[in-house]
Design a protein around this ligand. Structure first.
Ligand SMILES: Nc1ncnc2c1ncn2[C@@H]1O[C@H](COP(=O)(O)OP(=O)(O)OP(=O)(O)O)[C@@H](O)[C@H]1O
Length: 597
């Protein structure tokens, strides 16, 4: 029987005083020992500390039990391992990092030897399927960035595989943003078998004192006359297509200024019978979708990106008709304008220069710009680097695409180090910079576009205000984009409120308490010795760089979000080491055990 409780150890739960006691952390830890808890805490409030304390106690209580911490990417896995073991004296020699980099042949042995595992979900999912990991060994599963537990993401399969064999394990799920709708939150709850939610908004009384102010400034950027002229000329051409779609009853109405490419493509599903009669309309639909996409790039990103899309459209048009000629006029006009003439580019540079001019005394100030598309990232970097005092760099994923190659993990790691050291003072990132990575202190975030998804919006915002006050500027072009930010914020608030009020989500009530009711662990506060970090003790480092098992997809691929990831090369700040503690240190007073099924 693997799940053997050390009855004496379970009389108490250890609560380290290595960090100041915060009531919200203490309360959450207490609950997470007995329930499957989804912790939804704003960024920077110490979710990792909560996880480390829970791990520490399951480690003490179940001397043969294993604990697994899963995080979506290899760099996050490495970062969280360093952070957990740097907080509350967890011994290194029982810990093991297992990702796609760990030789498959070693993973079974590591599983037998070690107690605490830091894994990517794909690796755990695979090893559960192959039997290298026995779910009956696991007493506690910590799930980082738990909002990902939807659809067919590996987190979902892990929990269902584990539960099929052994329902007696605890789940601690961590996120800053549980989901953008109540339905998504419910999906996460269902997939992770959650029995309790610990959610705090930024306004919650018990966390308010630990939150640094974040000043949010949505800026609706006005169009310049030149820009408006270009746009109007283009909308005239688009109107011809819109009229065709309306005339043939493919769309009830069609405004070229706001038309979304997705709306155009949905015609195929909605108007099958008309299209069966008039097949030639297919090319108008495709062309209009491309036009709407180009207009979106013009409104949201850059003139250069707009030109590239119009050029692609022109290249695909066989007929030399008046429409093609008008589009050629549009592209000529766009080419006559400097790339940096896009109102957002102008504003972005202004905001950043203004920030540096105000912070002249503070050479440590750093800025992060978020922009969903790589092409725009490169343009913004080039433009910023023409400005005095700005040292900007792109920060993108590893995947290469037709427009260029990505950054390797090593390059990403170097960028973060150089950003922290000040070689760069601006990072311009795609979505890979959004989630969980320790990028350093950022004083100003510029969102080059407003994202609809409130989870992503919150992750972006969370990159500032971690140790001191921060400012977030969201740039939106006047017109349709200008309402996106507010909508995204309202959605997020609405979801938080309904969850807090207990409406709209249903929790599991069949989650067994692992520690018998007769045992009521009381808190024991103690400053724990912090073992010195010895890289050689992390097993996967010994076997690093080895094979990825056949058929296993890379973590970056699986992680989605631009297919990239970053290694920080360093974890949380660690207290100076005193002396090493071995695993048995926690177990030495063990007298009696009993099985608990
Ligand atoms: N009780 C505490 N007292 C002081 N500092 C703390 C405490 N708990 C955590 N911290 C510090 O707060 C910082 C943020 O912690 P952590 O990275 O765990 O936050 P997080 O909630 O996981 O954020 P994110 O959602 O961005 O990953 C770290 O530097 C950590 O050491």
């Amino acid at each position: 029987m693997k799940l053997e409780l050390d009855v004496q150890a379970a009389e108490t739960f250890l609560y380290p005083t290595n960090m100041a006691k915060r009531d919200y952390q203490f309360n959450i830890v207490q609950r997470a020992l007995f329930d499957n808890v989804l912790v939804a805490l704003p960024t920077g409030l110490g979710k990792t500390f909560i996880a480390a304390v829970v791990i520490l106690n399951f480690f003490r209580w179940y001397p043969k039990g294993k604990i697994v911490f899963v995080a979506p990417t290899k760099p996050l896995v490495a970062q969280q391992q360093m952070a957990c073991h740097g907080i509350c004296g967890l011994p290194w020699d029982v810990a093991c990092e297992m990702t796609g980099n760990t030789a498959k042949s070693r993973r079974g042995d590591e599983w037998e030897e070690k107690r605490i595992f830091y894994m990517t979900p794909q690796t755990l999912d695979n090893d559960l399927a192959t039997g290298d990991v026995d779910p009956k060994d696991i007493v506690c599963l910590v799930v980082d960035e738990a909002h990902r537990a939807t659809g067919n993401y590996a987190y979902c399969n892990i929990v269902s595989q584990m539960q099929a064999v052994n329902p007696y394990f605890r789940i601690l799920a961590l996120t800053a943003t549980p989901g953008s709708t109540s339905e998504r939150v419910q999906e996460v709850i269902d997939n992770l078998h959650i029995s309790l939610i610990e959610l705090r908004t930024e306004e919650a009384l018990d966390i308010r004192q630990y939150i640094h102010k974040k000043r949010e400034e949505p800026i609706v950027v006005s169009m310049t006359d030149d820009f408006r002229h270009l746009r109007d000329l283009y909308l005239d051409v688009m109107d011809e297509n819109c009229n065709t779609l309306v005339t043939h009853v493919l769309l009830p109405r069609c405004d070229a200024a706001t038309l979304h490419p997705f709306r155009v493509r949905s015609i195929y599903a909605e108007r099958k019978s008309i299209l069966a009669q008039k097949r030639w309309l297919g090319s108008t639909i495709n062309e209009t979708a491309k036009m709407a996409d180009a207009r979106h790039h013009l409104d949201t990103f850059s003139i250069k990106m707009f030109r590239a899309r119009i050029q692609e459209l022109l290249d695909s048009m066989k007929k030399q008709d008046s429409k093609k000629m008008k589009l050629a006029q549009v592209i000529n006009l766009a080419a006559s304008m400097p790339d940096e003439a896009h109102p957002k580019m102008i504003k972005c540079v202004d905001v950043i220069l203004d920030h540096f001019s105000r912070e002249t005394q503070d050479s440590s100030t750093r800025v992060m710009v978020f922009c969903s598309l790589r092409e725009a990232v490169h343009e913004i970097v080039d433009l910023l680097n023409q400005q005095e005092g700005v040292k900007a760099t792109p920060f993108i994923g590893q995947a290469s695409d037709k427009r260029g190659r990505g950054l390797t993990q090593k390059e990403q790691q170097e960028i973060i180090q150089k950003f922290k050291q000040g070689t760069y003072n601006v990072i311009v990132a795609t979505s890979i910079g959004e989630e969980g990575l320790d990028i350093g202190e950022v004083d100003l975030i510029v969102c080059y576009e407003a994202v609809k998804d409130s989870v992503r919006m919150l992750q972006r915002v969370g990159r500032t205000g971690r140790k001191r006050e921060g400012r977030i500027v969201v740039l939106m072009t006047e017109g349709p984009e200008s309402s996106v930010w507010q909508k995204s914020k309202d959605t997020y608030k609405g979801v938080q409120q309904t969850i807090t009020a207990g409406h709209s989500v249903t929790l599991f009530d069949d989650v067994p308490r692992l520690v018998p009711q007769s045992i009521k662990p009381t808190a024991h506060f103690e400053e724990l010795d912090q073992p010195e970090f010895e890289p050689a003790m992390i097993s996967s480092k010994k076997a690093a760089g080895k094979s990825q098992s056949h058929g296993e997809r890379s973590e970056e691929e699986e992680a989605g979000r631009g297919g990239g990831s970053v290694s920080t090369g360093c974890g949380a700040e660690r207290r100076p080491a005193t002396h090493r503690i071995e695993a048995h240190h926690y177990l030495q007073h063990r007298q009696s055990r009993r099985d608990y099924k």
